[in-house]
Structure formats: C-alpha cells, structure tokens
Design a binder for this molecule. Sequence first.
Ligand SMILES: [Zn+2]
Length: 175
Amino acid sequence: MKINKPFNQLQKEEYLYFIENHKQYSDFNTLGLYRSLLENEQLTMEDKTEIRDFAHQYFQKTFDFLQLKDPLTYLKVVHLETELTPQEELAFWEIIRENQEEILKDKKIKHRNFGVYAKHNCGYDYCPYNGLMIKQGSNLAESCMFFKSDRNRDEKKNKVKRLAKEQRDFKNKRI
Ligand SMILES: [Zn+2]
C-alpha cells in the first residue's frame, strides 16, 4: 500500500495512524516524516511534539542516525518547542559531533573512509560546524552560519598575533 500524500499535508490523526502501521506502506519514509514536522503548517506545536515523541517509540535508532545524515534537521526536531541561544546551539553541536563519532564507531565506519559523508570545512576558523560530519550535497556541506561575535573575537586574536609578530620581526632586524 502507499500513503500517496506528502507528510507535510497530513493531520495529526493520520500521522499517528501511518506511524503505527508503517510496515504496510511501501512509501513510508522515516526521515521524511521527521523533516515534515518542520514544514507542516496544519499542526500546532503540541501536535508536532506529540507526533515526534510517538514516532520515537518506533524509530529512535533511525532518528539518531539523522545526526549524520542531516544534523541540522536533527537539531531542529529535537528542539521543536524550544528556541536555543547561540551558546546553547554551540554546545549542542559539540554533543552532535561526539554522537557522530559514536555512531561511526558503532557502525565500524573507518574515519578515513566516510563514503558519502565529508567533514564540514568552509575555511573559517570560527565556524561552529568545523569537523562536523555532513552528508555530501546537503545544505550544510557547503554553506554555514556563524556568529558575528565569534568572527570579531577571531579577528581581534589575529590582530594581536600579527602585531606581536611584527614587533618580533622588527627587533630581529635591528639585531
Ligand atoms: Zn562553516
């Protein structure tokens, strides 16, 4: 059987029904289910958290794997009902990084060979996603968000370093 309807157009009762009977539906997509919670405009926040928690009873393992496949969606679904401060978000990315290593170790995926996954590397030293494993081709693989305050801090640090180096060079020249 097929659901034949995008998840983000379902009502709460339909979600619960399809989750409970997911084995009968060949087009049931677990990751799509979780993602749709971020897009579905017919659901209240209460509906969304209820569906999420109900789905976890069936798909916790698959959901955990979302930390590798689509960490940004994972973060948003975990914090559906809460707005994170930048500090909390940074701390959460740390946890995701640790969990990613655990999952990869569990699955015996060697660090040299991540297959479709690659380390986020946008080139900014202050980027909170540095070192995060991202599925290639996903939004986070090439783009990133970072905080202005981090950048300013970084630039200040570099300026101090540069000035110190210039002073050193100047002294060396005089000797
Ligand atoms: Zn970045």
